[in-house]
Design a protein around this ligand. Structure first.
Ligand SMILES: [Zn+2]
Length: 190
């Protein structure tokens, strides 16, 4: 099976031959489950604390005909956590030696924000779908009344559906709105 995982770089790394900027590298050194790994993730490697060498693959903009594997990137793993991807082993070692709990705190803070955003979006999505299911079980007349201006206070349950009900695909319309929101600091609002 040609499966692999992808390491997302915190900063692009340039190909030493053609200068093309790379945002990620594939690896077969983890679980090969097509997972994306970012800085801050716990990585499933046998290296608990150290530097893991990986190949950077570049086609040098030759329409994918010739691939070069001879450039290395270095995954910096601090107590099981991917903390950086460096383009030289010296930089990787330096990062590993200088990384401390203060850096971990900043990493944790941004991951915590991301987690809150994700939870808040999931919760909104869940409530929206529940309301939408209830809405669809109403009679056509009731549905039409809620879509129109002639709303009652009891229709409040469908309030979050209203901007989307007249769209061709209401769920898709809501998902697009949700994708554009940053809810990380608003978890407690609903
Ligand atoms: Zn290249």
């Amino acid at each position: 099976m040609g499966m692999f995982d992808t390491i997302k770089f915190p900063r692009p790394i340039a190909c030493a031959t053609c200068g093309k900027l790379h945002e990620d590298a594939q690896t077969k050194q983890f679980e090969k489950m097509m997972t994306n790994y970012f800085v801050g993730d716990i990585v499933p490697t046998t290296v608990i604390h150290g530097v893991v060498e990986e190949n950077l693959i570049c086609d040098h903009d030759s329409d994918g005909e010739k691939y070069s594997f001879d450039q290395k990137v270095y995954l910096v793993i601090w107590h099981g956590i991917l903390i950086d991807v460096a383009s030289s082993v010296e930089d990787a070692r330096k990062k590993l030696d200088s990384f401390g709990f203060g850096d971990l705190f900043f990493l944790y803070q941004s991951l915590y924000k991301e987690r809150n955003d994700f939870q808040a979006k999931y919760s909104r999505l869940r409530h929206w779908i529940e309301s939408y299911r209830e809405f669809q079980q109403l009679s056509k007349e009731e549905q039409q009344r809620i879509k129109s201006e002639d709303r009652k206070f009891m229709d409040f349950a469908y309030f979050n559906l209203l901007p989307h009900l007249n769209k061709e695909d209401p769920l898709l319309s809501f998902l697009e709105e949700l994708d554009g929101l940053d809810l990380s600091d608003k978890t407690l609002l609903f």
